[in-house]
Design a protein around this ligand. Structure first.
Ligand SMILES: Cc1cc2nc3c(=O)[nH]c(=O)nc-3n(C[C@H](O)[C@H](O)[C@H](O)COP(=O)(O)O)c2cc1C
Length: 352
């Protein structure tokens, strides 16, 4: 009995290795699990913990200056000898200088986020010896990025935390995974268990990117209040910011509903009222709406103000039950993946 059980276990582990080998080979990591870059959260401690646990940590550059990014890369390298990446926002005014900082410190992978990167940026990354990763919110854009030289894609569903597109991972995966075979594709958004990761690997994904689970880990420097909010939050509490009027666009961001999200609705209503009364120009009202959230993520993550800050979180927040070390999270995901593969084997070839 034990022998059969251990053979099943070994087979399931082999199957997992085979399924995510393209992702592991591309990243140079033991597990094809990326720690999604999270502004204020994905810094030296969390990034090195993810890489040291066998995954692939990614520094969130956000609005950092080239000097500040350099400091963070060097500090991360002091904490891990394993590979990690850097996520750069393509509209950063110093993008070229940020790429150069990554290259001069031998960062192996650069994730180009927040818009479509130019061919020149992709070339700069590749010519400097790093791998270029991009986001594909639709098949056509994924194809375009591959033509431009992108070497791997992340498809992030609307279940994810932070800035989101309109389409769920379930649908994006069906739209993209069967058709993109030239480069590895990593799935993101709402992932909280190894079973789900296996199902996407079986559809052709090379690996997965998770944010919310790692934001709530022990090594995450996020404020205790932020982590407690994550532990208490249910999937349905992680909602997308609502736009009140089509004339005043709102960037969709998913996070835990709190006093700030309710206040944001009132703020939009007030701007709309003032605009309609002729008290404020349209551009000024739009700016007021955009400025509402400035500094809000920092307020929640760093200062722990979970009422007035932004609690960006994916629907996966419902699967955060306790604050665990990163290595426990990655091994939990692997064990769930293995168990799912064993269950499936039992269903397909039931014991005689
Ligand atoms: C608090 C928070 C901040 C984030 N900040 C960024 C960011 O700065 N850049 C980025 O590309 N993605 C950002 N994301 C998205 C993550 O990298 C990742 O793709 C996402 O969290 C995956 O979905 P999940 O949270 O359900 O695991 C953020 C997500 C969270 C939860």
């Amino acid at each position: 009995m034990t022998d059969i059980a251990s053979t099943d276990d070994a087979q399931a582990r082999e199957t997992l290795q085979r399924l995510w080998k393209p992702g592991c080979d591309f990243l140079g990591s033991e597990l094809a699990i990326l720690g999604g870059a999270m502004s204020w959260v994905s810094e030296r401690n969390l990034v090195s913990a993810i890489s040291n646990a066998g995954g692939f940590g990614v520094i969130a550059c956000g609005a950092m200056s080239p000097e500040r990014l350099e400091e963070e890369i060097v500090a991360t390298q002091a904490l891990t000898k394993r590979p990690f990446g850097v996520n750069l926002i393509t509209m950063h005014p110093d993008l070229d200088a940020l790429v150069n900082v990554c290259l001069s410190h031998n960062v192996t992978h650069i994730v180009l986020a927040g818009g479509v990167p130019t061919g020149a940026t992709i070339r700069r990354v590749r010519d400097g010896g790093a791998r270029a990763i991009g986001f594909a919110p639709a098949l056509a854009l994924g194809r375009r990025l591959i033509k431009m030289g992108i070497e791997a894609l992340i498809i992030e569903g609307s279940e994810a935390g932070g800035h989101v597109g309109p389409v769920s991972l379930n649908v994006l995966a069906q739209e993209i995974l069967p058709h993109v075979t030239e480069v590895p594709v990593f799935v993101a958004g709402g992932l909280g268990r190894g079973d789900a990761i296996v199902s996407y690997l079986e559809q052709g994904a090379a690996g997965a990117q998770l944010g919310t689970l790692f934001a709530a880990s022990q090594e995450s420097i996020a404020h205790e209040n932020f982590k407690v909010a994550f532990r208490r939050g249910n999937a349905r509490d992680a909602t997308v910011s609502v736009q009140l009027d089509e004339r005043f666009p709102v960037i969709p961001v998913r996070g835990l509903a709190n006093a700030a999200t309710r206040h944001f609705m009132k703020h939009q209503a007030e701007m709309l009222r003032r605009f309609q009364a002729g008290d404020i120009e349209r551009e000024a009202a739009q700016l007021e709406i955009e400025h509402f959230w400035s500094g809000a993520l920092r307020r929640a993550v760093v200062e722990g103000d979970v009422d007035n800050g932004s609690l960006m979180a994916g629907q996966s927040v419902g699967m955060v039950k306790e604050i665990k070390p990163v290595a426990d999270i990655t091994s939990m995901l692997v064990e769930q993946a293995v168990a799912a593969l064993k269950r499936r084997e039992g269903r397909v070839h039931p014991p005689k």
